[in-house]
Design a protein around this ligand. Structure first.
Ligand SMILES: Cc1cc2nc3c(=O)[nH]c(=O)nc-3n(C[C@H](O)[C@H](O)[C@H](O)COP(=O)(O)OP(=O)(O)OC[C@H]3O[C@@H](n4cnc5c(N)ncnc54)[C@H](O)[C@@H]3O)c2cc1C
Length: 271
């Protein structure tokens, strides 16, 4: 059977080994751009000359084990040394990378006390050390796309923001972002021809609310080949993926729908 042609970005994503790099990073600065986001700038020599080929590349963060100040880093193949204590690891989006310093900025959604990463980010302070592995290419740019649709909750906002900053001038782009309320809005910059809709949960819990799905279902999309990228709670994303593949007939190549996080009662097989 003939092999499907990979876009250049998909080929770069396939060819990038993981972990490409591992290292330690130190918190340099913490800010609160909105009430439920900690914007943390990390610095460290291990960040020097990271690739930054596609918007919103992903980095896996490694927190030191309970009672330790330093993380243990994995070797090739994500192998940790024998006897390595259990460490918390989670994926985050590179919101921006400044190679001149080098510094890397991550926006952490503060979703409460029930996640170790969220707990840590709520109280983060300069000098604290984390490990990292990556980065990995995440957004697959489709050079032939006539338009782009980006949708997700606040965990998707760093990738949406980074992607918007790199879309070509005048490119027709629809964006749907689900957040708690108007206090979570941020300024998004893009040269694209952008139509942005903020969707408010207005008291409903993240990942339990159907308003993002309803907005995407109701959206009138332009003619031609679209690039679609969706991320958020896994069940929400699954429903959107089914709609986009089924009723909209979008093909897998230009459609990326990725579960970024899960409620504890979301079945394990929902990606
Ligand atoms: C490729 C990728 C990129 C990502 N980029 C970002 C990013 O840039 N910024 C960001 O904030 N997150 C991002 N995420 C999501 C983040 O990894 C998850 O939210 C992660 O679960 C947080 O870890 P934790 O230790 O706080 O909670 P966990 O221990 O993983 O989860 C504990 C419980 O917390 C709840 N929970 C987890 N996340 C959320 C949430 N966002 N809102 C409400 N409840 C939640 C769930 O009920 C879960 O069962 C990304 C995920 C992926 C896969």
């Amino acid at each position: 059977m003939a092999q499907a042609q990979l876009s250049p970005a998909a080929a770069r994503a396939r060819d990038r080994p993981f972990p490409l790099r591992t290292g330690r990073i130190e918190v340099r600065h913490v800010a609160r751009p909105t009430p439920n986001v900690a914007r943390i700038v990390f610095s460290g020599e291990d960040l020097r000359d990271l690739p930054d080929e596609e918007p919103g590349e992903i980095i896996t963060l490694i927190w030191p084990a309970e009672g330790r100040d330093e993380p243990v880093l994995p070797a090739a193949g994500w192998k940790f040394p024998d006897g390595c204590p259990e460490q918390h690891c989670r994926n985050y989006t590179v919101r921006s990378y400044d190679r001149s310093r080098p510094e890397l900025t991550i926006d952490f959604v503060l979703h409460g006390d029930h996640g170790a990463a969220s707990r840590w980010a709520t109280a983060a302070r300069p000098g604290q050390v984390l490990g990292f592995a990556g980065p990995r290419i995440h957004f697959i740019t489709e050079p032939d796309a006539d338009w782009t649709l980006l949708a997700g909750d606040e965990t998707a906002l760093p990738a949406i923001s980074a992607t918007l900053e790199r879309l070509p001038a005048g490119h027709p782009t629809r964006v749907f972002v689900e957040v708690a309320d108007a206090s979570c809005h941020t300024t998004l910059w893009s040269a694209a021809d952008l139509t942005l809709e903020w969707i408010h949960r207005d008291g409903e819990a993240p990942g339990r609310c159907t308003r993002l799905e309803e907005a995407v279902r109701a959206a009138e999309l332009p003619e031609g080949q679209g690039k679609v990228w969706v991320a958020g709670e896994s069940l929400v994303v699954r429903r959107l993926r089914e709609h986009l593949k089924g009723e909209r007939g979008l093909t897998i190549g230009p459609l990326q729908a990725i579960g970024y996080w899960k409620h504890r009662d979301t079945p394990a097989d929902v990606e």
